[in-house]
Write a protein that binds this ligand. Sequence first.
Ligand SMILES: [Mn+2]
Length: 680
Amino acid sequence: MKSNWITSVPLSSREESDLDIPGISGIIKRVLLNRGLSAKTDIENFLYPEINQFHSPFLLKGMEEAVARIRKAVENSENIAIFADSDLDGITSLTIINDLLVKLGIKPHIRYPREKEGYGLTVGIIDEFSELKVNLVITVDSGVRDVSEIEYAGKLGIDFIVTDHHEAEDVIPDAVVINPKQGDCSYPFRDLAGVGVAMKLAKGVMFSYLKEMDNLNHMIFKYDHSYYINRISRFHIEPSDKMTLHELTDYIKGLNSENDFAVFCSLTDDDVKKLTEVCTVNNSTFEDIFSNLFKCGDSRGDIFTIAREMGLRDVDCISGISIYSRVFLELQVRSRKSLMGKIDYYTSLAALGTVADIMPLKGENRLIVKHGLSVINKGQGHNGIMSILKNRAATTKSLGWDVAPLLNAPGRLGMTECTVDFFLNSTEENSEELIRELNRLNRQRRSIVTETIERIESETDCFSSNLKNLFYFYDDQIPEGVSGLVANRISDIIHKPVIILSNSCEENLLKGSGRSPDGLGFFNYVEPFSEMFERIGGHSQAFGFTLNSGTVDAVMERIDSSLNDVEIVKTYNIDSIIETSEIDVSLLNEIELLEPYGKDNPEPLFCSRNIQVQSFKRFGAKDNHGKYVLKNGFEVIGWNMADTMESRLNSGKSIDILYHLEKNIFRNYLTIRLNLVDID
Ligand SMILES: [Mn+2]
């Protein structure tokens, strides 16, 4: 297969010196600039994310109404149901909201699409809720498209809170809707997973019970003859105003609401005296608040020390008023151990759902995943998930490749209830047993995939294509939940785009999955025909659809002809071209700051030209892996690449390589390894 290397633009020395970030070399700066991060604060936020960079849940449209409705339901002991999508994003969301409601004293009804029910709400499910005398339904990772079903529920007197992250259609349900993708939602981050939105709702509800919830805090700080005011309400800091003492005095005089709270941050005793004389609302010095919260005698702790102890990163760079505001905000949460514990636990579940749903690991998702992984690794995550991982570290790889497929296996076999049971009922005692069952279903899922592929192989004479550019296959024996996995594997074998169709629960409609090898944005060639499908959605190399069974052949031919003359070219975006002499342990340590890797934040890809190879060796049971030892001692490992590596070396021409850098620890001895990706 052809490949195309796209090189980065080298940094000018000016750009490099503009970005003076301690502890970061030019190589990492180049990687970050290539990935679109250019402002110093963006880079710092990316490299050293802090817990208190989470946005306030109350910035989400609908949050206030949702929180009020849930609290009313709790006060009146109403019947609440949770409706979730049946994938991992949905079920982790379900786990969070269930846990929240149970903590508030309500045992909710749990519902998700069961075998053959397809996606989303149905009138039948609404009728079930009605029979159960449900007053309020909270949807998670779903609901935004179920407009008519929710309208029907409204007539039966059932209220809905919809939490979702799917793109809404023109008409949204008649319900309280929380979705960062709603057109008129001004939330600063759009790409939350369903479970990210569910976690926000849980936080909103928990925060609403704090006694400071309705306070409008006026943080007042003096610097260099001027006074600065930050306002904090609903766990959100608004940018500061600058004032003279005279203006500030008027401002303080003007405060008159019972929710106003003036906080004097490290002002002189003289200033505090003058201001409290004119202040008619609640007020306190920051130092008193701090010592009250922690019941410690020493009230005059250095704010910088406190901030550093809380893990605030850039305490020396940001303004005093920001430090006070951020510490104040953190104190409201951190002084409550059980609240902090719940937030950590929900974040660990959100990390799994976010990785499983393949959300971009940028912005708040990066915070969720980074923090959530650390919670699991500290042993404070979900019992069952920690048992699956046993002694392995939680990383995006272990969650995405080991945990997620295992927990998705039951759903593919129409047995989502096993996964739900795992999440809701795992204890230290029974988690081993639940995992044994998950493993059994996963093996069953694997053998169904293998058998299906073998059957297709024999029936189609080794996947010989019915069309020129595309392989597609349908028969009524393919289980619907595995068509994507089957398409994926066949596409790997034949290096062509593949579509696998199976029966659906709806009459005259087939369901299908399309997959293509890396290097072909298959969906781009299918999307122009989207009106020929009943439903279709997905991304560049993987999509799913339903299609009228009578039109299959015609549609496949149209797609096939649109693929004429399309070449599969694997494109590699090089993060940085470096000399192998620039590689050392400190570079590898810096690279680790870029983790966790995932969608939109891949492991950095390096290129070195004209490498000096000392020796070549094959290894592995089939001698299919290759190893170059470079003249400077580094090892270059090529999995399944021994043939190419050998012929490249024998050709006598200069060798350019693309690779990831990896620390390899063997018998407590650390070596640096170059993991080969491509060779030219
Ligand atoms: Mn989702």
